[in-house]
Write a protein that binds this ligand. Structure first.
Ligand SMILES: CC(C)(COP(=O)(O)OP(=O)(O)OC[C@H]1O[C@@H](n2cnc3c(N)ncnc32)[C@H](O)[C@@H]1OP(=O)(O)O)[C@@H](O)C(=O)NCCC(=O)NCCS
Length: 268
């Protein structure tokens, strides 16, 4: 509780989506995640006089789809190294416990958290609120895997920035969507371009390649070479940063859904 009270209002908001609190019952729940299959690590600093206090915590609660849901806090004086250390240690623990991915709900303004996760191969899961990003990282590889069962057709979208404007329409039409912003450092570092397997492409029923120009074409070829049975659609820029599929000038979302329905594989 003292760790959370020491945070600025902005940081508390980033952690709990409320500037007050967290309420005691939330903290009590956090201390009991292990009873429900989760895991928590804490970091304590011992002073010269022998007293010690918490300077960080990182944990996950087990989600129904088998992934962990992340919570992480580092006290201001310990920032700069402790966040990455705690996250890596937590990811290692999750992998050893068979938890394939760590999901997180991150305020879109939380740049520190995005930097932390981006470096670890973040992808965007289904987005419900514009101010909060629902993201995931893998625990055993550089790329996460599809969470849970395969009840809906899966569409992997490769899109700079990780936000695909037709995501909501695709979900509404019954598709499960993951958007990959590519690795930190640019698409040239994408494992697929090095001939390495990508579990997201392997598990997809359709890939939408919305990466413009040469990197987009190279990705398309790489996927077709490694996963010839997974269909790939390419989006072309309509001007500015916007992209529309190659299917005419009517409602772009309806056109996208039509392409998805026509092109995606049936659920195995
Ligand atoms: C998010 C948090 C755990 C990160 O831990 P940390 O020890 O601060 O981590 P770092 O100092 O290594 O910063 C992480 C990244 O953000 C970058 N960063 C630091 N300050 C930044 C700033 N003001 N703006 C943008 N990026 C910043 C760092 O350079 C680093 O990026 P890199 O890995 O590419 O070098 C910590 O800042 C925190 O507790 N924040 C408040 C609670 C919170 O937001 N929890 C997450 C809820 S989902």
């Amino acid at each position: 509780m003292t760790l959370y009270q020491s945070l600025s209002e902005d940081d508390r908001y980033c952690r709990f989506f409320t500037a007050h609190g967290p309420p005691r019952r939330t903290v009590e729940k956090l201390t009991k995640v292990e009873e429900r299959g989760g895991f928590t690590l804490v970091a304590a600093l011992t002073e010269a006089d022998g007293s010690s206090h918490l300077v960080g915590e990182a944990g996950y609660a087990l989600l129904p789809n088998g992934n962990g849901e992340l919570g992480i806090t580092v006290a201001e004086p310990a920032r700069g190294w402790l966040g990455p250390y705690l996250l890596d240690a937590l990811v290692e623990q999750a992998a050893s416990r068979g938890v394939p991915n760590i999901e997180a709900q991150v305020l879109v303004v939380n740049r520190r958290m995005f930097s932390l996760l981006r470096r670890r191969g973040l992808v965007y899961l289904e987005q419900d609120e514009p101010s909060i990003a629902h993201v995931a990282i893998g625990t055993s590889g550089r790329v996460p895997t599809w969470p849970g069962g395969h009840e809906r057709r899966r569409v992997l979208v490769e899109v700079p920035g990780g936000r695909w404007r037709s995501e909501r329409a695709a979900r509404k039409a019954g598709f499960e969507v993951i958007a990959c912003p590519g690795p930190l450092g640019g698409w040239a570092r994408c494992p697929a371009l090095r001939g390495e397997p990508c579990p997201l492409v392997a598990g997809a029923d359709l890939v939408v390649d919305a990466v413009p120009d040469e990197p987009g074409r190279a990705l398309l070829e790489a996927h077709q070479r490694m996963y010839p049975s997974v269909p790939v659609c390419m989006e072309v820029p309509s001007g500015g940063n916007d992209t529309v599929p190659r299917v005419g000038r009517r409602d772009p979302d309806a056109a996208v859904v039509e392409v998805l329905q026509r092109s995606s594989k049936a659920i195995p």
